[in-house]
Design a protein around this ligand. Structure first.
Ligand code: LFR
Length: 477
């Protein structure tokens, strides 16, 4: 038996997975909420709550009769815990949307040009990368820090007592070189941290260790071997894409939309830098050549602010009914939408400032977001073809957003590509197949993807007018 712990910005789950009659069978055994809140000066994640919920989920597994298993943890990237000499956390884990890093990236470029940082790391410029978070730390805090652990590494450490730095997530710090796969000394200096403050770099598939006896005694848990999976949720999601052959791109659609291709080599040239594509490290020493697009975060924010309660499926339904003749063109990837005080007002202000129709109802607001996300996806797909020199045929959409039929169809229509939607649980599946490879039950990543393809239903969306050949929506006309 294998258990995937998959924690995103808004919720976490424990999902069991096992092979039954040649199929991968999964079951969600525990779900809990996640989110960040202001604690003193900063917006922080409640990391102790996440740890407790993992233990609670494992107790449930035991109660369901699971006595032995492997376990893998994936979460969002870039955020970290700082451990003191006694191995205890120095303070809470600060959330990447906290404003402490505002303007830091731009200041850094005065010391080290953007192009140098990109050439050294191949990582996209996001204000929240760990590099800029480290620079925002007080010197004294860094001085007290014995070890920096990214969130899943920290949770693995709490379970096993073993400190490792899993590679896929480590790459998002913007401190590692994708060619040498080691730290860049100049960037470490800039960040004010030292290589000795990080644990040993390990690849997905590495066995970290067993859950400590102390925890075993305190809680009634299954006998668990903890495996380093693609601990960056996006790395697990891409491992879980049910693709085969060539000419496919993926879109991992959740709080963020991550759109890209899988490559064997990074792309570090100026065009790639200009379009802010990233070369995050993937499972099986691949590179996730992708772009961060704002994603369902906007929808989550609208939902929480809108005076009437609508669930996501209802928002999609309302969007389908909304009669928006000329949907406003909104550049959703603008930093103003990263963490505005009020997302609805921010969107409406943008439309007013640009002399466009101002969406008001839940259907109009949702349609405006879906339309613009699909436009951004199709633009990113064109950029991707240009940057890689490869022509695409299929876009695999995985994650919760793959259930959004209107967005799937708009994406197919605007991009001219066939869209294959599903599975929604790709992240947990990618997490599970790495455990299964480590356990010797699967031969390779390809075999895992084949297993996912044959175990879960997928839905195809054909672009409108496909019989006339590929036409791509032009957002400027
Ligand atoms: C998605 C994700 C993205 C990363 C962002 C911040 O959950 O991990 O890949 O850019 O969150 O960590």
């Amino acid at each position: 038996m294998h258990i995937a712990v998959d924690i995103g910005a808004s919720s976490g789950r424990l999902i069991t997975g096992e092979l039954k009659e040649g199929k991968l069978v999964i079951q969600e055994i525990h779900r809990f909420a996640n989110g960040y809140q202001k604690q003193g000066e900063f917006n922080c994640w409640d990391i102790d709550h996440l740890e407790e919920q993992i233990l609670r989920g494992l107790q449930i597994a035991k109660q369901q009769g699971i006595t032995a298993c492997t376990l893998g943890i994936d979460t969002w990237a870039v955020d970290y815990a700082l451990l003191g000499k006694d191995g205890e956390r120095l303070r809470n884990v600060i959330a990447y949307r906290d404003s402490r890093t505002d303007g830091v990236m731009e200041q850094v470029w005065e010391t080290m040009p953007k192009s140098d940082i990109y050439r050294k790391t191949g990582i996209q410029f996001q204000p929240f990368n760990s590099l800029y978070q480290f620079i925002s730390e007080k010197e004294e805090v860094i001085r007290q820090t014995e070890t920096v652990l990214l969130v899943p590494d920290y949770l693995n450490y709490r379970l096993t007592g073993k400190k490792v730095m899993e590679a896929t997530n480590a790459s998002t710090m913007q401190l590692l070189n994708p060619v040498s796969r080691t730290f860049d000394e100049e960037l470490l200096n800039l960040a004010g941290v030292h290589a000795s403050q990080f644990a040993e770099l390990v690849e997905p598939g590495t066995v970290i260790g067993s859950i400590t006896e102390k925890l075993q005694d305190a809680y009634d848990l299954p006998d668990c071997r903890v495996i380093a999976v693609g601990s960056h949720d996006t790395a697990s999601a891409i491992a879980g894409v049910p693709a085969s052959g060539e000419n496919w791109a993926y879109l991992s659609s959740g709080t963020w939309s991550l759109l890209g291709t899988e490559r064997r080599q990074p792309i570090l040239n100026d065009s790639s830098l200009e379009l802010n594509f990233t070369n995050e490290w993937g499972v099986d020493q691949t590179y996730r050549y992708l772009k961060n697009i704002i994603g369902m975060w906007i929808i989550q924010e609208i939902r929480s602010l809108y005076p009437v309660d609508y669930n996501y499926a209802e928002m999609v339904e309302e969007a389908m009914k909304a009669d928006v003749k000329r949907p406003p063109a909104v550049h959703l990837n603008d930093v103003r939408f990263l963490k505005p005080d009020n997302m609805i007002e921010e969107l409406q202000d943008y439309c007013r400032e640009t002399d466009q129709y101002v969406p008001k109802t839940i259907g109009e607001l949702s349609y405006t977001v879906f339309h613009n996300l699909a436009v951004i996806y199709s633009e990113a797909l064109i950029e991707l073809e240009r940057l890689t020199g490869e022509e695409l045929q299929t876009l695999h959409i995985v994650g919760g957003g793959a259930q959004n039929q209107i967005l799937n169809q708009l994406t197919a229509d605007y991009s001219g590509l066939q869209v294959i939607a599903g599975p929604t649980e790709a992240t947990a599946l990618g997490n599970l197949i790495v455990q299964m490879i480590a356990a010797g039950e699967l031969a390779s990543l390809d075999a895992g993807r084949q297993l996912i393809r044959s175990s879960f239903p997928l839905r195809t969306f054909v672009p409108a007018g496909a019989e006339k050949g590929r036409t791509v929506y032009d957002s400027k006309s």
